[in-house]
Design a protein around this ligand. Sequence first.
Ligand code: ADE
Length: 243
Amino acid sequence: MRIDAITIFPEYLQALDLSLIGKAARDGLISVHRHDLRTWTHDRHRTVDDSPLGGGAGMVMKPEPWAEAFAAVIAEGRDELGADARPLIVFPNPAGRVFRQDLAQEWSAREWIVFACGRYEGIDERVYEHLADEGHEVALVSLGDYVLNGGEVAVLALTEAIVRLVPGVVGNAASLVEESHSDGMLEYPLYTRPARWTDPSGAVREAPEILLSGDHGRIAAWRAVRSAERTQQRRPDLWDARG
Ligand code: ADE
């Protein structure tokens, strides 16, 4: 999978070199390309924003650098992937569709994703129209119902959620099957050794005995009940939406 990210803060995305995503890149499972939007400005101040037409607070990202950036980044990607390669262009945006595990799963099979990080109040609307008219697949996604200062933090989260589902990235694929949200439910509670733990206040805390029984059928049934209880209590919205 090829990932491009266009941003005015490429350093923000250096975290993609770390940990699991960094290892996936070193192993050749993904490639990550960060681009500074200001590369495609032509004035002395490398301006990417201007005041909103019609008035209002804050600044809006200008369309010209974005159009040039997409043309250059898509050409570069096609040099690598072939002239027929088609990117999915993703704009993190609080007004987008809320990103969930099913979308992470779907996008983990993509050959190529281009993330575009907006800042300030947002990007000139004509950029989206231009990309759609060029025949590109464009998606706006939100991390949740709150506002960040820009798309960079969202790109870190989206990339991690997507890339860990790319086959071979997570060593033990079984761990992806049982985790929260993989089946629309929250994961059951987890325990490890010591089975009997004295906490700092002196209270003795035992792990559930059934987990020591070696009876895999009963353990699976116990976990399914805990998972259902937890989902009902913490996320009634998920519980009500289960199929
Ligand atoms: N940019 C600003 N706020 C955002 C959010 N909630 N999700 C994704 N991108 C954003």
